[in-house]
Design a protein around this ligand. Structure first.
Ligand code: X2X
Length: 340
């Protein structure tokens, strides 16, 4: 009798303790950071993840979207550090923006590594993707959950149609804050300047910089024609996937069932995001490109020989950065692409 009472009391105490722990660890709201907002597929992925998590956890996990990297004052290359430190609880981030902290993520920014969407999928959906998630978890203290996509980054400018590296000579380009981009544009003879996306748009508008590189979906939604971007060269030189992550401590504060719900929500939002990022771009009917041309932009498609000139000029940068990223990882990526 006494023993039974004791066990019942112990169970009750245990339940109370776990209830109390739960009340303490589940916060009223979690902060999700993205660079682009809901006008873009990227920000829409954030909204969708939030919605799916709310549904799947029956409202136990509520998330608020902080687009424009507002939790780090728009400084997108500081986002990863802020996730690690717990200033940001969750993020959908570009591999470019996190590559200053996680050097392996520069892989996707190696010029002309990935010729097409199949190549990109061969990396993110294959062994390389798993390896990179392992790196993020080990070195970054974050839990990576799913892949999304910003897209193939095409080059635009306000001055002239670019068909060769010579056309880029001395042209001022805004690039994102990974040193690899500086080196790539310098190798092509251009004059690159690193700045955040928040600073890029006024810099383009004022003519402080002549050009930029971003996916077509971003070119359209950000209305870059309004800031003088009249020439577009399709060179598909790099593409940035997005990664859905949660800060490790936040992750550990959730029940296993809720973690699984957050993971499934990320996987679903990621799949939908990739589809959206490619919509009107990936197929034979390139509706996005038609829209861009209709707005008066000169669109340059490179011939294979023209493209080769850009590949050749950036080859030393590729070789140098392959060592920084890790020769084995780059070889594995090249092999996966060759087999696609
Ligand atoms: O800053 C950019 O160019 C953007 C929005 O594409 C990224 O965050 C990488």
């Amino acid at each position: 009798m006494l023993r039974r009472t004791f066990i019942a009391a112990a169970i009750a105490a245990g339940l109370l303790a776990s209830g109390a722990a739960q009340a303490q660890t589940y916060r009223a709201e979690y902060r999700l950071s993205t660079t682009l907002g809901p006008a873009f597929p990227w920000g829409q992925a954030g909204e969708r993840w939030i919605e799916l998590v709310r549904e799947k956890t029956h409202g136990r996990i509520n998330i608020k979207l902080y687009a424009g990297n507002s939790l780090v004052g728009g400084e997108q290359t500081r986002e990863f550090t802020a996730i690690r430190q717990g200033v940001i609880d969750m993020s959908i981030g570009s591999t470019i923006n996190w590559s200053p902290q996680i050097k392996e993520l520069n892989l996707f920014s190696l010029p002309f590594l990935m010729p097409d969407y199949k190549a990109m999928d061969a990396l993110t959906q294959g062994e390389v993707g798993k390896d990179l998630f392992a790196v993020l978890e080990k070195k970054g203290d974050v839990i990576p959950l799913a892949w999304g996509e910003n897209g193939f980054r095409e080059m635009s400018n306000s001055k002239r149609a670019i068909t060769s590296p010579a056309d880029m000579k001395g042209m001022k380009f805004r690039v994102v804050g990974s040193p690899l981009y500086n080196e790539t544009f310098s190798a092509l003879g251009a004059n690159p300047t690193q700045m955040s996306w928040a600073d890029a748009q006024p810099a383009l508008a004022s003519g402080a910089v002549d050009g930029q590189e971003n996916p077509l979906s971003v070119f359209v939604a950000a209305k870059l024609t309004n800031v003088g971007q009249k020439h577009l060269t399709l060179w598909h030189y790099v593409a940035d996937p997005l990664i859905f992550v949660v800060n490790k401590q936040v992750w550990n504060s959730w029940t296993p069932a809720d973690r699984e719900a957050v993971r499934q929500a990320a996987l679903q939002a990621g799949r939908e995001n990739i589809e959206k990022a490619r919509k009107g771009i990936a197929g034979s009917d390139n509706a996005v490109l038609k829209q861009i041309e209709a707005s008066g932009v000169t669109v340059t498609h490179l011939t294979p020989a023209q493209r080769d000139a850009f590949v050749l000029a950036t080859r030393p940068v590729y070789q140098k950065w392959a060592k920084t990223i890790g020769a084995d990882l780059v070889k594995k990526a090249e092999a996966a692409i060759a087999k696609r």
